[in-house]
Design a protein around this ligand. Structure first.
Ligand code: DX5
Ligand code: ZN
Length: 215
């Protein structure tokens, strides 16, 4: 069964408390929070004050996806505002080995996200230090984009790499997840499915979460 991580980027920010309550009632185990700086990606979302509010409202695992340059500058701040999983982009972290160690030292799970064009070889040497690899199945920056199908085969290859290195790394997929793409991803070895629009555009989001979980 997959872990479902609803992405609050697609929530109604005027009713964020209500939408977090929905996630709390649902079977989702994680809440995916997209932090964007307008530099690493061409969009700005939200930062620490919103994350602190989410933490206050929910006992779920807070999964923070940093789409920011120089993420190593803010690791302790994200710990302070409640991150349980902290994911940096391989493309944004020049000293990835050091950054992963620092995230774990602060008591968080360490995640690395890869853009669609970034090869798995960029994490091969540090796989034992990674708790979650987040494969981007859209170009990061916006919700509601079209799924890039080549990530399914990339998921299969990542699963093989994890088995070969005997690590307990989880595979998370982010972008364009729905029932059809979700099924293919779970079959390929995905452990965590991020879903933004597919959950929040539905009139029955809790049912959608339940269905994604049992694909
Ligand atoms: C995109 C974000 C995603 C986004 C996914 O840059 O990282 O987490 O919220 O949204 P959907 O599920 O709508 O593609
Ligand atoms: Zn994300």
């Amino acid at each position: 069964m997959a872990i479902i991580a609803p992405s609050i980027l697609a929530a109604d920010f005027a009713n964020l408390g209500r939408d977090i309550e929905m996630i709390n009632r649902s079977q989702a185990e994680w809440i995916h929070c997209d932090v964007m700086d307008g530099k690493f990606v061409p969009n700005i979302s939200f930062g620490m004050p919103i994350l602190s509010a989410v933490k206050k409202l929910s006992p779920k695992v807070i999964d923070v996806h940093l789409m920011i340059v120089e993420p190593e500058r803010y690791l302790a701040d994200f710990k302070k505002c409640g991150a349980d999983v902290l994911t940096v982009h391989a493309e944004a972290s020049i000293h990835l080995h050091r950054t992963l160690g620092a995230i774990r030292e602060l008591g968080m799970k360490a995640g690395v996200a890869l853009n669609p064009h970034t090869s798995l070889s960029s994490i091969e040497e540090v796989l034992p230090l990674i708790d979650v690899v987040c494969l981007m199945s859209v170009n990061p920056g916006f919700g509601g984009q079209k799924f890039i199908y080549s990530v399914i085969e990339k998921t299969t290859r990542l699963k093989q790499m994890i088995l070969a290195q005997k690590t307990s790394t989880l595979i998370e997929i982010d972008g364009g997840v729905n029932m059809e793409t979700g099924k293919l991803l779970v079959e390929a070895g995905a452990d965590v499915l991020v879903a933004g629009n597919f959950v929040f555009a539905s009139s029955t989001p809790e049912t959608i979460i339940q269905q994604l979980m049992t694909l």
